[in-house]
Structures are given as structure tokens and as C-alpha cells.
Ligand binder design. Structure first.
Ligand SMILES: Cc1cc2nc3c(=O)[nH]c(=O)nc-3n(C[C@H](O)[C@H](O)[C@H](O)COP(=O)(O)OP(=O)(O)OC[C@H]3O[C@@H](n4cnc5c(N)ncnc54)[C@H](O)[C@@H]3O)c2cc1C
Length: 400
């Protein structure tokens, strides 16, 4: 594969695209990053970083920054609304498998803010904020991306392009790559409050998944607040779902109190389980949400996207600097796509089923099984390896 332009183009500067840009730029590869927004988007979606993601990003300095900005959470609980704690998993047991045996909570916009800051320090990185990708075409030995900026068309050429432009990826659509899967009928609502849940529910962990046949929820501690994630029935409009009344009802349902909750964050999302049919067309690649989407129960979407760009940039860097021929790029999709299906989809779908199960018998059986898993040292260890994404990365050869 010839190089005409000596440049990689990254479309989308969210967490996945910005990290890809940084990893390439640090390796001496000229990069253009094209981001529609003018600056960091205040996005509260992802906050969980799993142990091997932190191991893999250690050398780049990103892990130290995340740890400094984040909250270390050693345990994860599975709970039931009526029963309370059902099972607790101690991530610190993984200390012989990882240098970061915990879940780290740090909002994704903080990662992006840090990475933008680092990118601005590297001479020659071409950051195009306020640019929206509108077209992509591939010619002899090049990929050409068009973007709209202040109503003007800007044309940028490179040797390789990476579409990191999120779930609605323009790049994926322009490349005509199908994105099969499902969209859940319900919305997922996030509310953040500084209320101290632990003072009222002393046995909770920082990460809690609570099963309930009607109103399951996730309760998560992030550095300066607690966050809940609840499903919203399909018949309720997004506007009604984020109303004060709806948020107060969801919070009161978790921990009843006489006062209203002070709500500092509210957001609503549609959630999908989808994987692109291919992660590559010629010189154009897909990574992150552009390539795969999943429900947030397990905190795996962004982690998986970061694993994508760690795999892809390692390969690009080896090819660029002549340490491998272009065939190394062929290994990207086989390394990453099966894990989006076998690990990320399988585990997040399993987690959702566990929380929302309505049949009382199945529900009791599932909770008994969780209890038994937590009580059995070998089974709980395997559960930890799987839910921390260590099994997936080992299977795909990204870690030993
Ligand atoms: C409620 C919720 C909670 C979640 N929690 C977690 C979690 O704890 N852990 C986890 O691992 N994952 C989590 N996720 C998933 C995570 O948020 C996503 O996987 C992650 O944001 C994907 O990053 P990305 O960079 O691929 O895409 P995005 O974050 O969507 O970024 C895409 C970027 O591309 C830009 N862009 C889009 N179109 C264009 C265009 N045409 N031209 C130029 N730029 C463009 C956008 O402005 C944006 O900056 C959660 C998701 C949800 C819904």
C-alpha cells in the first residue's frame, strides 16, 4: 500500500478519535483530526474504565491522567430492590492479572479534555474543530475526506482514514457499511446528584446494578456526584422523561426522602446493540461507536472503542515506520470485531436480562446463580476476568 500524502485522517474527535490521534501523533505520524464540535462536548455517558484499558494506556500517560481525575472503585455489587445486596465482586482480586485492579470512574469528557490538551502540545497535529465530515472517497493510493466548515467545503487528503464519528457515523454510512442489530424500545435516563447515597445506604459499593422487574437501576459513584441510570418506558416521550417530576420520581424510588433531590446532570439516550458488517473498506477503517454499539450495563462501549484504536494504531505505526508490511492492517478487523459480538454484546445483553427479568421464578433463579457465582472462588474469579474485559483481550491476543 503506497503512501502519497504521509498523513492519517481521523474523523471524529470524541474519546476514541482523540485517543487515536494522540497515539499516532506521539509515534511521529502526521494526523488531521476532524471534529464537528468547536471544543470538548460535555458528554456524561461513559465513566467506567476497566483494568486492562488502563494497563494498555499507561505508556501514553493517559492512565495517570485518568487516575488523577477519577475515582478508584474496588468492588461491584449486584443488588435486588427488595432483597438488597445479592452479590459483591472484589476487583482487587485481579492484582496478579493487571496493574490496575479496580474500576476507575472518570467521565468521558474529562478524558477528551485531557487528550485535546496533549494534542495541542504536539507540533504538526492538524486539529480541525467545527468541521463536519460530509464526504469520503478513495482514489489511487489515497483517501479524500470532505468537511463543511463555516458553510465552506474543505477537502483533506490522506493515506488512511479512521471513522471515529460515533454511533450515527457519517463515515460508516458513506462507506455503505451495514450496521445490523437492534434498538431497545425503552430510553435510558441518566440523572446526577450530589446527594450522599452511601450515608443512607451504607452497604452499597461505588458500582451497583439493582434488579427489579419494573424499575431496575444502576447506581454509580463518580468523582463528585452519584449517578443513576434507569430505563424509561417507550410510551414516555424524551421530554417527559427528563422532566423534574420524572427525575425526582426515579431518585425517590431508589432512596425515599422528604426533600427533593438537587439534580446536577440529566440526559436521555437511545441504546442499541449493533456491529458493523465490516470495520474496513480499502483505506478507511471504523472504530469505537462507529463500528459497534451496546447497552451501557457493564461499561464496555468506550473501553471496547479504545481497544479498537490501540489495536489499529499499533498496526498503523508498525506499517508506517517500516516494521511491518501493509498486511498487518488486515489483522485489525479479525482481532476486534469478534470481541464486539462475543464479549461486549454477550456480557451487556446478559447484564440487562438479569436486571429486568420479570418472571419471578427465573428472577429468583438468576439471583441465586449470582449468589453462587460470588460465593465460589473460581467462578467469581472468572466472572471478574470476563466483566473486566481481561478474557476478551486475552482471547484476541491484545494482552497476555
Ligand atoms: C448512558 C450511557 C452510559 C455509558 N457508560 C459507559 C461506560 O461507563 N463505559 C464505557 O466504556 N462506555 C460507556 N458508554 C458508551 C460510550 O459512551 C461510547 O462507547 C463512547 O462515547 C464512544 O466514543 P466514540 O468516540 O466512538 O463516539 P462518540 O463519543 O459519539 O464521539 C464521536 C465524535 O465524533 C464527532 N462527530 C460525529 N459526526 C461527525 C462528523 N460528521 N464530522 C466530524 N465529527 C463528527 C462528534 O461530535 C463526537 O465528538 C455509555 C453509553 C451510554 C449511552
Amino acid at each position: 500500500m503506497r503512501r502519497r500524502h504521509d498523513r492519517v485522517i481521523v474523523a471524529g474527535g470524541g474519546p476514541v478519535g482523540s485517543v487515536a490521534t494522540l497515539l499516532l501523533a506521539r509515534a511521529g505520524i502526521p494526523v488531521t483530526m476532524i471534529e464537528r464540535a468547536d471544543d470538548v462536548v460535555l458528554d456524561y455517558r461513559a465513566s467506567t474504565f476497566h483494568p486492562p484499558t488502563l494497563d494498555l494506556l499507561e505508556e501514553s500517560g493517559i492512565t495517570a491522567a485518568l487516575v488523577a481525575m477519577g475515582l478508584v472503585c474496588p468492588t461491584v455489587q449486584i443488588r435486588d430492590r427488595e432483597i438488597g445486596k445479592v452479590a459483591e465482586f472484589d476487583v482487587t482480586r485481579l492484582k496478579n492479572e493487571t496493574r490496575h485492579p479496580y474500576r476507575l470512574q472518570c467521565e468521558q469528557f474529562k478524558l477528551v479534555g485531557y487528550v485535546y490538551g496533549e494534542l495541542k502540545k504536539i507540533a504538526g497535529v492538524d486539529l480541525r474543530f467545527g468541521h463536519e465530515v460530509t464526504a469520503i472517497r478513495q482514489g489511487e493510493g489515497e483517501v479524500v475526506v470532505e468537511a463543511e466548515h463555516d458553510g465552506e467545503r474543505v477537502t483533506l487528503a490522506g493515506d488512511v482514514a479512521i471513522g471515529c464519528d460515533g454511533g450515527r457515523s457519517t463515515v460508516r454510512k458513506l462507506l455503505e457499511i451495514p450496521f445490523p442489530g437492534l434498538t431497545y424500545p425503552e430510553h435510558f435516563l441518566i440523572a446526577g446528584t450530589r446527594f450522599d447515597f452511601r450515608a443512607h445506604m451504607p452497604d452499597i459499593a461505588s458500582v451497583n446494578y439493582t434488579a427489579d422487574p419494573v424499575r431496575w437501576f444502576m447506581l454509580l459513584q463518580i468523582p463528585d456526584m452519584w449517578r443513576i441510570l434507569v430505563p424509561v418506558a417507550p410510551e414516555i416521550s424524551a421530554d417527559d422523561a427528563v422532566s423534574d417530576e420524572s427525575l425526582q420520581s426515579s431518585l425517590q424510588n431508589i432512596c425515599p426522602r422528604s426533600d427533593d433531590y438537587a439534580i446536577v446532570v440529566r440526559a436521555i439516550y437511545r441504546v442499541h446493540q449493533r456491529v458493523a458488517d465490516t470495520y474496513r473498506r480499502g483505506r478507511a477503517f471504523l472504530a469505537g461507536d462507529a463500528a459497534h454499539l451496546n447497552n451501557p450495563l457493564g461499561g464496555m462501549g468506550l473501553n471496547g472503542g479504545l481497544h479498537d484504536v490501540i489495536s489499529l494504531t499499533d498496526r498503523l505505526i508498525a506499517w508506517w515506520h517500516g516494521r511491518a508490511d501493509a498486511a498487518i492492517l488486515d489483522g485489525y478487523e479479525p482481532q476486534r470485531r469478534p470481541e464486539a459480538i462475543n464479549a461486549i454484546h454477550a456480557i451487556t445483553a446478559r447484564n440487562k436480562k438479569l436486571l429486568e427479568e420479570r418472571d419471578p421464578e427465573v428472577r429468583a433463579r438468576n439471583l441465586d446463580d449470582m449468589r453462587a457465582t460470588a460465593a465460589d472462588p473460581a467462578r467469581s474469579y472468572q466472572y471478574l476476568l470476563d466483566s473486566a474485559m481481561i478474557s476478551s483481550l486475552r482471547r484476541s491476543g491484545m494482552i497476555r
